[in-house]
Design a protein around this ligand. Sequence first.
Ligand SMILES: [Zn+2]
Length: 175
Amino acid sequence: MSITVQRAAHKLLASLPSALRIGRQTATRDRHSVPVTAPRTWTFTDRDSGETLTFTCMAGCTDDHREIRDGVAVADDVWCLKSLGELTLPINENGAPEELSVLRASMNVDPFDRRIAQRLPHIDLEVMDGAFIESLDPDGFATVINTLQGRLDEMRAMHADLVATRAAYIKQAQR
Ligand SMILES: [Zn+2]
């Protein structure tokens, strides 16, 4: 299973209604709330290597790290995250419009990843349901934002054009 698919499943779990989840971090998952506690430090035994490992959450991490508290943690599956809330649009991918996730950004840290860059806070952007741009550093994320902003500016101009063209078209049809 790819990291992305694992993450999607993990996020699905995190998006369950709060009543279905357990843990003291539950209340901090709301997108507008700010965790009031200092970053937590965790120590666990990696189930794969038997090693005792320690890491400290990134500031604002909303993961409850339940797998560590349950004593079944595998180092590769441990990561910190904070995400923007769900944003969906009715997209027709398979013959009929359905609400699909767009532009869901998640900030992650993988404290035990073999790629050092993954151990620093970075962005994984789910462009559309299940399709990701991964491992964006601040410059990379800015590049994506600027690209999207450029397209949004073009769409704003196209909107004005649509209003004018539509009015002219209706007028011409009424002649
Ligand atoms: Zn964490």
